[in-house]
Design a protein around this ligand. Structure first.
Ligand SMILES: Cc1ncc(COP(=O)(O)O)c(C=O)c1O
Length: 387
C-alpha cells in the first residue's frame, strides 16, 4: 500500500475494515435470521482498535457488542454507540455503579454484586435492570450451577425493571478436534435453561458459542453467539474441519532501515544467537518486541521482502529485528517488508506466526496494537471516518 504521508512511522499495522465487514456478513449468513450476533471487541478489538471494529461490525450486521471489562464498555458508550453492550466477565460489587451509569449489562455470579447493582440502579432511578447470568458447564472458570443461577435470578427479578437478558456459558474445547465435550456443555446449558423455564423464567437470550463453535457446533448456537476472533479472520479452519471463508483483517508492515554484509563467523544480535556460516546480507527493521512482535520469533520467524520469504535471524530486540535477505534479488534499504500479510503470491498469517512458536493467533493479534500506529483502509473505514 502506498502511504499518503511518508513521514509516518515506517512500522505500522494496517486494518482492512472492508474485510472485517465481509467477515461479519459471512457470519450472519451462516447463523441465519434466528440467531443474534454479538461482536466481541474486548482487548481493544483483539488489537484492531475497539471503536472502528465495533462500528464496522454493527454497520455490517452485528446486533450487540461484548467486552471483558466495564472500562472497555465505557469507552464505547462515550463515543455514542447505543446498542446493548454486555460485559462478559463478572466484576466486584464496589464497581457495580459503573454498569448502571453507562448502561452496560453485567454478568452476575453472586448475590453481593447483584445487590450492589440493584442498589445503584435504584439510586440512579433506572427503569430497566438488565443482567446476564453465567452457568458453569465445564470450563470451570466463571459461572455457577443451574440451581444457584435460578436462585440468584429469582432474587434479582423481585425488583421492578429487572430483566434476565442473557443466560450464558463458555466452552472449554471450541476449535479443538474432539467436539464431544463441547456437545456435553451444550446439553448442560439446555438442562439449565429447562430448569429456568420450570421456574417460569425465560431469558431473552441464551448463548454459548464462540468462533470455534460457530464453525463446528451449530447445535450450540441457541439464539445468540458471541464471536471475537472470527471477525478478524481466524481460525481459517478448525481442527475438527469447520471453516468459513473469512479473511485476516490485520497486516503488519515495516521497511528496511539498514542493510549490511557480514562475513562468515560473524554473529547477529544480542547473545550472538545467529552465526553466519558464509557471507550474508542482513537487513535491520525498525520495530521489536515492544511493538508486540513476539520475542520468541528470534531465529524462527519469516518476513516477506520483494515477494520473497526471508528468515528472521538472531534475537528479536525491543526495537529492532534482523532478517537475512541474502536470497532476495535487488533488495535495497527502504524496501517495504511484510511481517504479517500478503505480498505477491506469498502470505504470512497470524496462524503462521503462532505456529512457529507454539502460541495461538489470539495472542499474536491482541498484542500488536500496543505501540504500533494503526492505519485503517477500505471503503468502510472512509465511510466511518477512520481513514
Ligand atoms: C466469555 C467469552 N465469550 C466469547 C468470546 C469470544 O471468543 P472467540 O474469540 O473465540 O470467538 C470470549 C473470548 O475469549 C469470551 O471470553
Amino acid at each position: 500500500m502506498e502511504r499518503k504521508n511518508r513521514f509516518l512511522r515506517p512500522s505500522f499495522l494496517k486494518i482492512d475494515l472492508d474485510r472485517l465487514a465481509q467477515n461479519v456478513r459471512l457470519l450472519k449468513k451462516r447463523l441465519g435470521r434466528e440467531v443474534g450476533l454479538m461482536a466481541v471487541v474486548k482487548a481493544d478489538g483483539y488489537g484492531h482498535g475497539a471503536l472502528p471494529v465495533a462500528k464496522a461490525a454493527l454497520v455490517a450486521g452485528a446486533n450487540f457488542l461484548g467486552v471483558a471489562l466495564v472500562e472497555e464498555g465505557i469507552v464505547l458508550r462515550k463515543t455514542g454507540i447505543d446498542v446493548p453492550i454486555s460485559v462478559l466477565y463478572p466484576d466486584f460489587p464496589e464497581r457495580a455503579e459503573f454498569f448502571v451509569r453507562h448502561d452496560l449489562i453485567p454478568t452476575v455470579i453472586d448475590e453481593k454484586f447483584a445487590r450492589a447493582y440493584v442498589r445503584a440502579s435504584k439510586k440512579l432511578r433506572r427503569k430497566r435492570i438488565p443482567f446476564a447470568v453465567k452457568i458453569e458447564t465445564g470450563l470451570n472458570r466463571y459461572g455457577v450451577s443451574a440451581e444457584e443461577a435460578v436462585r440468584l435470578t429469582q432474587s434479582l427479578l423481585r425488583h421492578r425493571g429487572a430483566l434476565l437478558w442473557e443466560l450464558s456459558s463458555h466452552l472449554a474445547t471450541a476449535s479443538e478436534e474432539d467436539i464431544e465435550f463441547a456437545r456435553l456443555q451444550v446439553q448442560r446449558l439446555k438442562d439449565a435453561r429447562a430448569l429456568f423455564e420450570k421456574a417460569g423464567i425465560y431469558p431473552r437470550y441464551t448463548s454459548l458459542a464462540n468462533s470455534g463453535a460457530v464453525l463446528d457446533l451449530p447445535e450450540g448456537y441457541f439464539n445468540l453467539v458471541r464471536v471475537g476472533v472470527l471477525l478478524f479472520g481466524y481460525p481459517s479452519r478448525t481442527a475438527a474441519g469447520g471453516s468459513l471463508p473469512a479473511k485476516p483483517v490485520m497486516f503488519l508492515e515495516s521497511r528496511i532501515a539498514q542493510l549490511k554484509t557480514i562475513g562468515p563467523g560473524e554473529t547477529v544480535g544480542y547473545g550472538r544467537e545467529f552465526g553466519a556460516s558464509s557471507e550474508r546480507l542482513i537487513a535491520t527493521l525498525p520495530l521489536g518486541f515492544s511493538d508486540g512482535y513476539p520475542r520468541h520469533l528470534g531465529n524462527k520467524g519469516w518476513v516477506l521482502v520483494r515477494g520473497k520469504r526471508a528468515p528472521v535471524v538472531g534475537r528479536i530486540a525491543m526495537d529492532a529485528i534482523m532478517v537475512d535477505v541474502t536470497e532476495v534479488p535487488r533488495v535495497r534499504a527502504g524496501d517495504r517488508v511484510v511481517l504479517m500479510g500478503e505480498m505477491g503470491a506469498e502470505k504470512i498469517t497470524a496462524e503462521d506466526l503462532a505456529g512457529w512458536i507454539g502460541t495461538s493467533p489470539y495472542e499474536i493479534i491482541t498484542r500488536m496494537g500496543v505501540r504500533l500506529p494503526i492505519e485503517y483502509t477500505g471503503k468502510m473505514a472512509r465511510k466511518l471516518g477512520f481513514a
